[in-house]
Design a protein around this ligand. Sequence first.
Ligand code: CAO
Length: 416
Amino acid sequence: MSKPLDGIKIIDFTHVQAGPACTQMLAWFGADVIKVERPGSGDVTRSQLRDIPGVDALYFTMLNSNKRSLTLDTKKPEGKEVLEKLIRESDVLVENFGPGALDRMGFSWERLNELNPKMIVASVKGFSDGHHYDDLKVYENVAQCAGGAASTTGFWDGPPTISAAALGDSNTGMHLAIGILTALIGRDKTGKGQKVAVSMQDSVLNLCRVKLRDQQRLDRVGYLEEYPQYPHGEFSDVVPRGGNAGGGGQPGWVLKCKGWETDPNAYIYFTVQGHAWEPICRAIGRPEWIEDPAYKTAEARQPHIFEIFKTIEEWLADKTKFEAVDVLRKFDIPCSPVLTMKELANDPSLRASGTIAEVQHKERGSYLTVGSPIKFSDMKPEITGSPLLGEHTEEVLAGLGYNRSQIDNLRESKVV
Ligand code: CAO
C-alpha cells in the first residue's frame, strides 16, 4: 500500500529518544529514513539497559523501527564526502546532537543550505537558540524541570516531581514532526527548504499551558479554587503542586477500589463533572445530594470535595477498578481504571488497533512496541523491526553510486 510520505528521504542523524521518536513516526508514514550512526558503537541506546546480552536493547528497538542503518564516521573527510552526497539527494536532515556539534562537524545550516537549498534541516535542542541556557546539553528530566512540569507535578508537601511520560523527549519529537511536515508543505509552495528548530523546554511548556493560565489567575485573585489547597490551605505567589487534582476546571481524584491494600494500582480516576452531578449522585447511591444546597453547585461542593471523594471510596470498597468503571460508564461519568504497563501490554483493544504492536527483530525475536497512536482511514502504518547497526550500509552506498572496491576501501579505513 502506498503511504503519504513515500519518496521522502530523511537523513536521521538522531540519537537517544527525542529525535528518534520523530523520525520513527515519519518512517511509519512512508519516509525512507536512513539512520546515520558512528561505526562500531552506533546510537548509545543500542547498548543501554540491555535485557539480552549482545542484542540491541529495547530502548533502541522501540524508537527505531522502519528505518535503515548506515554506519558513517562523519568526522573523517571520506565520511563527510559520503554525507554530502546523501545531503544532495535528501529532503530532510534531522539531528539532536548537543549544541554546536553539527557546526563543529562542518555542517552548519548555511553549509547544508548551500549543498541542498531544498532540504529541510530539523533540530532538537534543550533550549531554543539565543536562550541564556542554549549551551546546555539536556535529557528528559532536565527538560521537565525547565519547562514548568516538575514544579507543578506531585504533592504540595513533597518535592517537584518528574512524570513518567516522556514530555521532554518523545513529546519534543512529535513537535518536530509537525514542524517538518509543515516545512515540507511550505517547500511545495516555495521550492525552498528551511531550518526547523524545536526546544525541549518549549515543548514541555507547550503542554503546561494550563499552568501558565493558573499563574495569571493566581496573580489576579490570590487563589485557585480547583486546587486541593482551596479553601483550607495557603497559596503562595506561584502555582502549587496539586497532587491528583483535575487540571481543567473539573475536580477529580485518584480513588481507592477493592484490593487497594495489597494492589498498588487498584484505583480509578474519578471526575466530578459540574453538569453531571445528578448522575454521579444516582450512580453512587446518594440521590439525596442532588437537591441538597450543600452539594448542589460546584461552588458549594468544593469546600468538602474530599469528604465527597471519601464517600465515593466507600461505594467503591466492594468493586474492583474494572467493575467500578463498568457501573460508572452507564452514567456517562468520565473515569478510568489506573492501568499498569502489564495490563496495557495485554489489552486486546490496544492489540487490535495496533497501538500495542508485536514486532519481529532479527536477533531478539519478537517484542512489543507502541505503534502509531494516529489512525488513518486510508493507511495502516505497519511496524517493522529496527535495523542492526550498519545493516544497510552497502545498500545505501551502492545507491549513492559507490562500487564494490570503493565500499571495501571505506570499510578498511573504518569510515563505515
Ligand atoms: N561520526 C562521527 N562523530 C559523530 C557521529 C558520527 N556518525 N555522530 C555523532 N558524532 C559526534 C558529534 O559530532 C559530537 O562530537 P563533538 O561533541 O566532538 O563535536 C558527538 O558525537 C555527540 O555529541 P553529543 O553532544 O550529541 O552527545 P552526548 O552524548 O555528549 O550528549 C545529549 C547527549 C542527548 C545530552 C546531547 O546530544 C543533547 O543535548 N542533545 C540535544 C537535546 C536532546 O535531544 N536531548 C534528548 C536526548 S533524549 O533523552
